[in-house]
Ligand binder design. Structure first.
Ligand SMILES: Cc1cc2nc3c(=O)[nH]c(=O)nc-3n(C[C@H](O)[C@H](O)[C@H](O)COP(=O)(O)O)c2cc1C
Length: 184
């Protein structure tokens, strides 16, 4: 696939089929994705990866975070249904960026991490693996941050889900570029 084809054909995958994605596959994507531009080569990122056995540990954390302690009083099938959107994901990567006190650096670091995330999404797509960059509110929850060993002065900028899929959703049309251009 050319870069153009990969960019245009990639879709955010929100329905995964439950097939796992190994840590090895995830790390091979990240090894290439880190070649994203980043000012001063500060490499302003680190990752919490939940694949293979780690996925089960993350699902326990997510159960507590999204359902709350009441999951213990629920029927098992009810819990399973509530968790299905996470269980079906093949692997998770949480992208963590330092929160520099300086506005310019903070913006640059977030921009660089965003470039890295898009690299990862395109690389995975080329391997036949779908992704979705998600930003649920719980990423900033103190208990969730603690469970993921996120330190003060760091922010989780995305939950990147990897997985296999049966259906590619139809992409939403983009606005013609002419409508976005101001000529000087
Ligand atoms: C910063 C960012 C945050 C996103 N957060 C979510 C999210 O929380 N939940 C979700 O379903 N999709 C999320 N998405 C994916 C977008 O919904 C998706 O990119 C958009 O619908 C366009 O679809 P496409 O990626 O298939 O072109 C996010 C995308 C970005 C770039």
């Amino acid at each position: 696939m050319s870069i153009k084809e990969t960019i245009r054909s990639r879709r955010s995958i929100k329905q995964f089929n439950g097939e796992p994605v190994s840590e090895k596959e995830v790390l091979s994507v990240l090894e290439d994705a880190v070649w994203a531009p980043n000012h001063g080569v500060r490499e302003p990122w680190r990752f919490v990866v939940a694949a293979d056995d780690g996925k089960a540990r993350l699902l326990d954390i997510l159960k507590e975070q999204t359902i709350g302690p009441k999951w213990k009083d629920m029927q098992q099938d009810e819990v399973a249904k509530a968790m299905q959107k996470f269980t079906n994901v093949g692997a998770f990567v949480f992208v963590i960026v330092p929160e520099d006190a300086r506005q310019k650096e903070r913006l640059e670091d977030f921009a660089a991490a965003s470039a890295l995330i898009q690299n990862a999404q395109l690389l995975a797509w080329e391997m036949g693996i779908g992704t979705c960059w998600k930003t649920p509110v719980f990423l900033d929850h103190p208990k969730f941050r603690e469970a993921l060993h996120v330190h003060r002065g760091e922010r989780i900028v995305g939950m990147l889900q990897f997985g296999h899929f049966d259906i590619v959703p139809k992409g939403k049309e983009r606005t013609p570029i002419e409508e976005k251009i101001t000529r000087l």
